[in-house]
Design a protein around this ligand. Structure first.
Ligand code: CP
Length: 327
C-alpha cells in the first residue's frame, strides 16, 4: 500500500478534505476485511510509532498498538509522566528527538487550552506525522471510527438524523473533543445533526459556526436544542454522552451544582422510544453506566457500541498505513 498522505499530520479532520477522508475510510474497510480474513498487511515493516499518553486510555492506546503490530511495525507506548516532559522538556525538543528515532508520533493530551497547542507545537517541529489521539478540542480517530460505523449501518448518510446529546456522568470531567469532532464532521456527510445540551454545557462559538458552514456546504443541517426529548424524536442515530462545562467553567471539579441539576439527562428506554424504531445507539466509551445510559439501552438491540469500538482499530490502521512512510 502506498502512503498516499505521507507525512500529513492528523490533528483535526477539518484539515483533511472529504476525498482524503473517503480514502481513509475505504482503506479502513479494506484493512477490516483483511484482518477478518487473516490476510497479511505488513505495510509498515521496520517502522516505529511513538504513542505518547498524558491520560488513560483503553481503545485508543490498544487500537494503535495492535494496529501497528498488524501492519508489521512497532508501537512504543510512552507514559508522559515518566518522560522528561514531567520536568518541563518542551514539545519542540520532544518532537525533534522522537522524529529522529522513528516514523510517527501520536499523542493524547486533553488538558484544557493546552492539549491542542501542544500537538501544534510538536507538528511545527516534527519531521514525521503527528497523530492526535485526543486533545482538548478534537478526537479525529474517534470521529473516523464513528463515521465508518454509521456508513456500515446506513450506506446513505444524506439527511440521516443524528443527535449528539449531552448526558449526566460523574466519573470525570470529560473533554469536549468527541462532540466537537462529531458536529464538525457529520454535517460534511450531509447528515441532519442535532446538538442537545442543558444550559451551561456549550461548545465553543467558533465550532458551532463551523458546523453550520459545513452543513450549508454539504446539504446537511445543524441545529441546537436544550430540550432532550426533541433530540430523540425521530432520530436515526443517537449519541448521548457526557462532556464537561469547560467553555463556561474551566474548573476541574467533576461534580458541581450545575452538573447536579441535570441528572435527568440520561439515555433511557423511554427516550429511545421517541426515536425511529431502527435507531442506533452509539457511545465512544467508556460509558458511565447508570448515569449516562440505562444498561438495557447500552446492552440492548439498538446499541452498536462494540462495532464502533472495533472500528477504532481499522481506522487507526488506515491512518498509520497512509501517513507513515520511509525516512
Ligand atoms: N473512546 C476513546 O478514546 O476511548 P479511550 O479513552 O479508552 O481511548
Amino acid at each position: 500500500m502506498k502512503p498516499l498522505f505521507k507525512g500529513k499530520h492528523l490533528i483535526t479532520l477539518e484539515e483533511w478534505t472529504k476525498p482524503e477522508i473517503d480514502t481513509l475510510l475505504a482503506v479502513s474497510n479494506e484493512l477490516k476485511h483483511d484482518f477478518l480474513t487473516n490476510k497479511p498487511t505488513r505495510y509498515l515493516e521496520n517502522k516505529v510509532a511513538f504513542l505518547m499518553f498524558f491520560e488513560q486510555s483503553t481503545r485508543t492506546r490498544n487500537s494503535m498498538e495492535a494496529g501497528i503490530a498488524h501492519l508489521g511495525g512497532t508501537g512504543i507506548f510512552l507514559d508522559t509522566s515518566k518522560m522528561q516532559i514531567a520536568h518541563g522538556e518542551s514539545a519542540k525538543d520532544t518532537a525533534m528527538i522522537l522524529s529522529s528515532y522513528g516514523h510517527a508520533i501520536a499523542c493524547r493530551n486533553c488538558f484544557w487550552q493546552v492539549g491542542n497547542r501542544y500537538l501544534r507545537e510538536m507538528a511545527e517541529h516534527s519531521t514525521v506525522p503527528i497523530m492526535n489521539l485526543q486533545c482538548d478540542l478534537y478526537h479525529p480517530m474517534q470521529g473516523l471510527a464513528d463515521l465508518m460505523t454509521i456508513q456500515e449501518v446506513y450506506p446513505t448518510t444524506e439527511h440521516l438524523k443524528v443527535s449528539i446529546i449531552w448526558a449526566y456522568a460523574t466519573t470525570h470531567k470529560k473533554p469536549i473533543s468527541v462532540p466537537l469532532t462529531q458536529i464538525l464532521l457529520f454535517p460534511r456527510y450531509g447528515m441532519d445533526v442535532t446538538l442537545a445540551y442543558p444550559e451551561g454545557y456549550d461548545l465553543p462559538d467558533w465550532a458551532i459556526q463551523k458546523a453550520k458552514e459545513n452543513a450549508l456546504a454539504n446539504h446537511g443541517s445543524f441545529r441546537i436544542t436544550h430540550q432532550m426529548e426533541e433530540a430523540y424524536c425521530d432520530a436515526d442515530v443517537v449519541i448521548p454522552k457526557n462532556w464537561g462545562s469547560w467553555v463556561t467553567n474551566d474548573s476541574t471539579a467533576v461534580v458541581d451544582d450545575l452538573l447536579q441539576q441535570y441528572q435527568s439527562w440520561k439515555c433511557t428506554e423511554s427516550m429511545m422510544a421517541l426515536a425511529k424504531p431502527t435507531v442506533r445507539y452509539m457511545h465512544a466509551l467508556p460509558a458511565d453506566r447508570g448515569n449516562e445510559v440505562e444498561d438495557s439501552v447500552i446492552d440492548g438491540k439498538h446499541s452498536i457500541i462494540y462495532q464502533e469500538a472495533e472500528n477504532r482499530l481499522h481506522t487507526a490502521k488506515a491512518v498509520m498505513a497512509l501517513t507513515i512512510g520511509d525516512k
